[in-house]
Design a protein around this ligand. Sequence first.
Ligand code: A2P
Length: 278
Amino acid sequence: MTDSAASAKPKTLVIPDAQTVTQVKHWTDRLFSFRVTRPATLRFRSGEFVMIGLMVEDEKTGKVKPLLRAYSIASPSWDEELEFYSIKVQDGPLTSRLQHIEPGDQIVLRPKPVGTLVHDALLPGKRIWFFATGTGFAPFASLLRDPQTYEDYDEVIITHTCREVGELQYGKELIDEIRNDEMLAELIGEGFHEKLRYYPTTTREESPKMGRITDLMRSGDVFADLGVPELTPETDRAMVCGNLAFNLEIKDMLEDYGLEEGANSDPKHYVVEKAFLD
Ligand code: A2P
């Protein structure tokens, strides 16, 4: 082969930790979910996150490097693929590009799951609250499909606050699937039907329940609507995942109810994680 023929050969970009996109679904102009192949060796606990991203050319150096962000795994640990739920930020370094992925494309996925929204970080309790805003629903999409969630608690309450009705759709379809899919029901186990409570609210578009979950807790609406008492450290456990302002506000409220923040190494009454924002 001549030198010129060798240099004309197209270069194959070797992507480290590559996984292949199998499915993409756009929910609104701000939200999409996607599924990718799962590395054979990847084990994770429901609620954990991994670093994922794309190979991107550095504007200054011209070098192609992985651009990664933390994404909660939305699929349950028994699923053969991995699912993620993402915001689209038009000028966001990663999501401005990631929103264009299609089945067959490759993404980078570092197979090192970590995170605090795990059952191990909580002491045993009677009722678990999952508090989500926006894409903060993702880790709960995993936990709600984990049999341990229903084994450990008598009641499982998921609240989801979004600006608009369309932004609730991903969560709503997942809850419908959990309630109606027999195969999924078999995998999750007996008894979850009576335990699972779903409390969606919107703040900027008319829906059956309007308002921020924090305000609805202060007014007592949530407790009256669900017919449960206010949270106490004796019976209630909580996991929180949403935008930063929400996390800080609800953390204060949980502390006021007497709940204490737990960790993997020191399980207590509640845990918090920030939803990914590009
Ligand atoms: P709001 O519309 O009143 O800001 P975002 O899409 O900006 O991440 O917000 C998702 C949801 O979280 C919105 O419904 C938003 O309500 C709500 N939210 C934002 N900040 C707080 C907070 N400090 N406490 C409770 N809910 C919040």
